[in-house]
Design a protein around this ligand. Structure first.
Ligand code: GLA
Length: 752
């Protein structure tokens, strides 16, 4: 896994056994991009791949040379205004308004391992031999300013982790744009893959062909958002789930972002990603620096599944941290959809007892336990227990839940305030809005100005008390609105351009303090469901609430899309009521569980209102999940059939040693005289024999599973597993089970 510098040709070659990333210091001293893709053997000169173009009208850097034009050269970290006409990776301004820059190679350093990014989330190494890092320093001699481009390559992953740091020299500068990285690709024959959505419809897969000009996704909502995710992939037209090339970029950041692809008129594609430049304006004085978030570039020649498996393993094992990173996650019950705000201690204990009886391991008390909160109009900001609802206090409640054999968890929303709260009455200027003007509420609430350390300190003090006083083993950290008017009251002009980024640094800082103080607590992030489901937050909270939409049929699409980047270990997924509270759809309990198994699993409905038969089925679901949860958490995930394109869909998870697997098949509507159907499985060993068992819902007298066959891996992968209704005997579906919203679950085990 070396990083090599060829001194003669001034070329850097970063490679492991899967990928190569190559760039060169050009004649003007700027780094020029050469290649990113499948591994190339190392050799002295790759410069032949650089195309110096003789084109009329191009601005050229050297007198007497008409081919050296930054308009046409592929670059590593391009600036604007020195010949390049495309959207730049960075832009800065001097005090006199000049934006001309000339950052030239000054030096580089190569070292084992990877440095931390202070205050920011980032992938990490546990042993310095896992990765190697290159830091290239560029300097603008006039400004005295430096830019350090950092590249880390891991031995085990086909990824490059990039970040950029700006150092001020003797002269003040103002950064107007500072992308984490940029990648120029030699052609435009790609399709852009992104995850798009809305509240309760997060991360639907969207694919579009690249066209000339700019195509981008972004967030300016203060969080990574329901609407887009800080991820973007460029795939070849013939790339599918299992084969073909993909280059993907993922930003380890939870705030406003821009992910943009520009195709110029000569068919060159430029991908940039980083903090959104809108309202970003970062003044740097001598001695100061600015660190961008990290961007992960992944390459796959094994299709979109290959890309996702890389992200899953990297993010699960080298981005998520703490005690819970490698632990089986507790099966929980959350009271939100069971009670909403309407609860008291008796109601909570009754629900908890039912949950304990069926084998649930963690009780989560959601919104409504603090201040005088009985609806969404009050008390955010007042993190003291509501003793009218919970007269014996949180400590006693947590003990009672513990006595039932369950852990106890709590919902918080630290970044928000209601006007009807002691916090707001005491500090109206702590709202992130120009308090001299009218400003928007959303869900009756306002954003606290987390760019100010005193605000974060105040919230920290309250939370440390709550979490320290009761036996709390889990926290759901919510964030339920977008930013609207971003202004930091009482602060100067220079501060205002930093607020959006400082806010998210404040969030990370608070998380960091709490996870250090309470290392045993399992944090789950949430933002009206999945509005902050991004790699950045995964560094603090190893799991997240995927969506407020708990309808099983909608969840198939949401979880399918989410799996493009995020591992099952971080996807919060619950069985909820039927009819569903978001879609009013009736679905079988079996299907609700079959979807929710492929995540962290839990329940979110009123168990006290359910018939004994359903509770019995849930008890069986829980014992099944306890049996398979480590396979699901750590296994290799394959998407098999796409729910965005078909009435039926399928996915599976295979253990790393390939001896075990769990495959799920879902069908939305029941066709009349349904055709025959087979699902081609993946990831098995072709010449091993596997037993295939279909899991059955747990009615009292029915068996839990039925043995349907013994098959070789090659049959299952190349011929496929039959999921036809009509097949008599082994594979068929019992008549009473057929109908809309059908799902089937198959467990495979290697026969020794
Ligand atoms: C958000 C969350 C829900 C629930 C409510 C409580 O919408 O996504 O799961 O916690 O807030 O107000």
């Amino acid at each position: 896994m070396p990083i090599i510098f060829h001194n003669k040709t001034k070329e850097f070659h970063i490679y492991n056994d899967k990928i190569s990333y190559i760039f060169k210091i050009l004649a003007n001293g700027h780094p020029g991009h050469i290649y990113y893709g499948k591994r190339l053997a190392d050799r002295e000169g790759f410069g032949g791949m650089i195309e110096y173009a003789l084109r009329d009208m191009a601005p050229c850097a050297f007198e007497g040379n008409s081919t050296f034009s930054l308009e046409h050269l592929k670059q590593e970290y391009p600036a604007f205004g020195s010949g390049d006409m495309r959207f730049p990776a960075f832009e800065l301004e001097r005090a006199d308004g000049s934006r001309a820059v000339d950052f030239k190679y000054q030096k580089h350093e190569i070292y084992r391992g990877k440095k931390k990014l202070p205050g920011l989330p980032a992938v990490y190494v546990e042993d310095e031999n896992e990765a190697e890092t290159l830091e290239v320093t560029l300097e603008d001699a006039q400004l005295g300013a430096r830019i350090v481009l950092s590249y880390t390559i891991f031995e085990a992953f086909p990824v490059i982790a990039r970040n950029t740091c700006f150092y001020c020299g003797g002269e003040c500068i103002t950064l107007l744009n500072a992308m984490s990285g940029s990648l120029d690709l030699p052609d435009k024959d790609y399709e852009m893959v992104e995850l798009a959505g809305a509240w309760s419809r997060e991360r639907h897969v969207n694919i579009r062909p690249l066209g000339y000009g700019i195509q981008s996704i972004y967030s300016l909502r203060g969080c990574s958002s329901h609407q887009f995710n800080p991820f973007l992939a460029l795939k070849r037209k013939n790339t599918d789930e299992h084969s073909g090339e993909v280059i993907a970029a993922s930003l380890v950041y939870s705030g406003d972002f821009l992910a943009q692809v520009e195709v110029d008129n000569y068919d060159v594609t430029r991908l940039i990603m980083g903090i959104h430049p809108n309202e970003f304006c970062w003044e740097l004085n001598p001695g100061e620096h600015f660190q961008t978030p990290e961007m992960i570039l992944a390459y796959s020649e094994k299709g979109l599944n290959g890309m996702s498996q890389t992200f899953h393993q990297l993010y699960r094992t080298r981005l998520a941290r703490g005690k819970w990173r490698d632990k089986a996650r507790p099966i929980l019950i959350n009271n939100w959809e069971a009670t909403y705000f309407d609860f008291n201690e008796d109601k909570i204990l009754a629900l908890a007892q039912k949950a304990a009886d069926i084998g649930v391991e963690l009780f989560v008390l959601d919104d409504g336990w603090f201040g005088k909160r009985n609806d969404a109009t009050s008390s955010l900001g007042d993190w003291q227990v509501n003793t009218e609802k919970l007269p014996q206090g949180m400590k006693r409640l947590s003990e009672k839940i513990n006595e039932m054999g369950m852990g106890f968890g709590l919902w918080i929303e630290p970044e928000m305030v209601n006007k009807d709260s002691s916090l707001f009455r005491g500090h109206p200027d702590w709202v992130l809005a120009d308090s001299r003007r009218n400003y928007c509420h959303s869900r009756n609430q306002y954003v606290l100005d987390f760019s100010k350390p005193e605000v974060v300190d105040h919230i920290h003090g309250q939370l440390r008390k709550v979490l320290g006083e009761a036996n709390i083993s889990y926290v759901k950290w919510d964030m339920n609105r977008s930013f609207s008017e971003v202004f930091s009251n009482g602060m100067n002009r220079s501060w205002q351009g930093k607020v959006r980024h400082k806010y998210i640094l404040g969030v990370y800082g608070l998380y960091e303090r709490l996870i250090q103080e309470f290392p045993d607590i399992l944090f789950e992030s949430c933002a009206s469901g999945g509005a902050r489901f991004d790699p950045g937050i995964l560094h603090y909270a190893p799991q997240g609430w995927t969506s407020d939409d708990t309808d099983a049929i909608e969840r198939i699409k949401i979880q399918y899309g989410t799996s493009y980047v995020y591992p099952l270990s971080c996807m919060g997924s619950h069985v909820s009521a039927s009819p569903n509270h978001q879609l009013f759809r009736y679905t079988p309990l079996e299907t609700r569980a079959n979807v929710a198994y492929f995540g962290t699993f839990g329940y979110e409905l009123d168990l006290t209102a359910l018939p004994g038969q359903e509770l019995l089925e849930m008890k069986r679901q829980i014992s099944f999940m306890k049996d398979v949860r480590e396979l699901i958490r750590q296994g290799v995930f394959y998407r098999l059939k796409n729910p965005f394109e078909n009435n039926s869909s399928a996915w599976m998870v295979v253990s790393e040693d390939r001896t075990e697997a769990l495959a799920a098949y879902f069908r939305v509507l029941q066709p009349a005289q349904a055709g025959f159907e087979r699902i081609r499985l993946a990831g098995l060993c072709a010449d091993w024999e596997y037993s295939v068992q279909e899991q059955c819902p747990g009615g009292t007298s029915k068996p839990l599973s039925r043995e349907i066959n013994v098959c070789f891996g090659d049959e299952l992968m190349y011929a496929g597993l039959s999921v036809s209704d009509a097949a008599s005997g082994l594979y068929g579906v019992a008549r009473e089970k057929q109908g809309d919203y059908l799902s089937r679950l198959f467990r495979l085990k290697k026969i020794h």
